[in-house]
Design a protein around this ligand. Sequence first.
Ligand code: NAD
Length: 283
Amino acid sequence: MYNLSGKVAIVTGAAGEHGIGRAIANRLAQEGADVVITDIANDPYRHDPARWEGASAVVREIEEKGRSSLCVLVDVSDANQVDDMVRQVLDRFGGVDILVNNAGARPGPDRVPVVEMEEAAWDEVQNVNLKGTFLCCRAVSRHMIDRGKGGKIINMSSTSGKHGRALYAAYCASKFGVRGFTQSLALELAPHRINVNAICPGSVDTERVGYILEATSSEDISAESWRTSEHRQAFIQERARNIPLGRMAQPLDIAKLAAFLASSQSDYLTGLSINIDGGAEMD
Ligand code: NAD
């Protein structure tokens, strides 16, 4: 549908089995791109290795589509590691055309009232979600500007980046920040034909939702057991009731929008923060 042949993409936070990053990486590869998989650990959710091998499994999926891939483990909140990651990508592929800043801090100690929040919990969310987006954008934009062939940058915000939510203060602040950063960077990079847009999903059925419920639910739900628990179906059904299109998002829904924004079909869009939430919020 979108011709990404000959393009090289970096997707951060792409090692989770049920994550948005893995879905985006696979979708970009399906459209023809070579895809670099990055995450803080090979298997950040420490699954049973006999069932899910983490980033190496995503690399294999991409290679099975006939595309090239590379896994680089990187903490996106560390400038040296990010710069080194981009250097490794340039050494291997010679250029970067698409950057997807998908990595997000794991929900946990930040999901409390502001008056109870530890400074470290606040910092962790800003460091990964906002500073990590800045560092990856900085490193890749420098290369894209020097190379002079344009590019596509896609930042993951959230509908929680459009309105505040109780128990989400650190997360909302970071995702509002991603939107402001996206607009500023879009203006700076427009003369270089580099498009910068943000995606704002509502709830998406990933591992992350288990961690959110573990941190915020009054019920005894463990993140690890969530995917196979009865709570998951109940949660999905409950969410669907408030979504005009009648279902909670799956990672593939987000990946399809990312593929569009990574393609030449979106050449005249920049600085946008696009909701993808089944019609739940319309501004
Ligand atoms: P996820 O938590 O499964 O994915 C985030 C990934 O980022 C994980 O693989 C994690 O290991 C990685 N990561 C965390 N800290 C890192 C660091 N310091 N360096 C590098 N990688 C790091 O979540 P997901 O649901 O797949 O979400 C992906 C993105 O979409 C996140 O930015 C999230 O905020 C956003 N989002 C998710 C939802 C949702 O409901 N799932 C809704 C709106 C926005």
